[in-house]
Design a protein around this ligand. Structure first.
Ligand code: C5P
Length: 221
C-alpha cells in the first residue's frame, strides 16, 4: 500500500499550498483533486452546458482536458462555483473516482502521494497514512482569495467573495454525496492566524511521526 497524506478542508483554507509543500518535503507526488472538478466544470461551461444538469456535468467529467490543469481560467470563482455544482452529482464523482484511486495506488515517482480536496480522508482514501483537515475563519479565507484573484488581475469585492465562499462551503457540507466533513481520525489545522511558513510547520508537526514511521516500515520490509 502507498503512503498517503490526505488533506481536506474548506475553500481557500490553504490546503492546496500545504499539500504541495508536504509533497515537496517528503518527495511525494501531489494531486489537487479540486482541479478535476474545476476542469469538469470548465468543460461544461465551454460547451455552454448547465453544471447542475447530470448529463452535461457527466460529459464534462468525461471530456476533461488535462492540458488545462495549470490554466488560470479554471481558478476563477465562476468555475469554482460551477465545480461545486458538478461535484454534487454522484455520476461525476464516480467518473473521477478511478483516476484518483489509481493516482494513490501508483503515485508517479513511487514514494507516496499527497492529495487535497474535500473527501480524500473520508471516501477516496479512508486508510490514508495521515490526514489533515484545514480550515480558517471565513473572513481570512475571503481575504486570501481576494489577494489571489488580484494577483491574477481579477478585481472582486471582499464582501462578495465572503458570501460566495460561505455559500460554496455550505453546499459542499450539506450535499448528500461525499460531503465536506472532517474525518474522525484527521488532525484539525486552523490557519487563520498562521502565515504560510508557520502553517507548514504546524502541518508537518501533525503528520511527520506517522509518515516517518511508514517510511521506516517500508525500508524494513
Ligand atoms: O478545492 P477547490 O476550491 O478547487 O474545489 C472546487 C470545488 O470542487 C469545491 O467547492 C467542491 O465542491 C469540489 N470538490 C469536491 N471534492 C474534492 C475536491 C473538490 O467536491 N475532493
Amino acid at each position: 500500500m502507498s503512503i498517503v497524506i490526505a488533506v481536506d478542508g474548506t475553500a481557500a483554507s490553504g490546503k492546496g499550498t500545504l499539500a504541495k509543500k508536504l509533497a515537496g518535503h517528503f518527495g511525494f507526488a501531489h494531486l489537487d483533486s479540486g482541479a478535476l472538478y474545476r476542469l469538469s466544470a470548465f468543460s461544461v461551461l465551454e460547451a455552454k452546458g448547465d453544471p447542475k444538469n447530470e448529463a452535461d456535468a457527466l460529459r464534462g467529467a468525461q471530456t476533461i482536458d488535462f492540458n488545462l490543469a495549470g490554466d488560470p481560467r479554471i481558478r476563477t470563482d465562476i468555475v469554482g462555483q460551477a465545480a461545486s455544482f458538478v461535484a454534487a452529482i454522484p455520476a461525476v464523482r464516480e467518473a473521477l473516482f478511478d483516476f484518483q484511486k489509481n493516482f494513490l495506488d501508483h503515485p508517479p515517482g513511487g514514494a507516496g502521494a499527497v492529495m487535497d480536496g474535500r473527501d480524500i480522508g473520508t471516501v477516496i482514501c479512508p486508510t490514508a497514512t495521515a490526514k489533515l483537515f484545514v480550515d480558517a475563519k471565513p473572513e481570512v479565507r475571503a481575504r486570501r482569495r481576494w489577494a489571489e484573484l488580484k494577483a491574477m488581475g481579477i478585481r472582486r469585492g471582499e464582501e462578495d467573495l465572503l458570501r460566495e465562499l460561505n455559500a460554496r462551503d455550505a453546499a459542499d457540507r450539506s450535499r448528500p454525496v461525499s460531503p465536506l466533513i472532517q474525518a474522525e481520525d484527521a488532525a484539525l489545522l486552523d490557519t487563520s492566524d498562521l502565515g504560510i511558513d508557520a502553517a507548514f510547520a504546524a502541518a508537518l508537526a501533525l503528520v511527520s511521526a506517522k509518515i516517518e514511521r511508514a517510511l521506516k516500515d517500508r525500508h524494513r520490509s
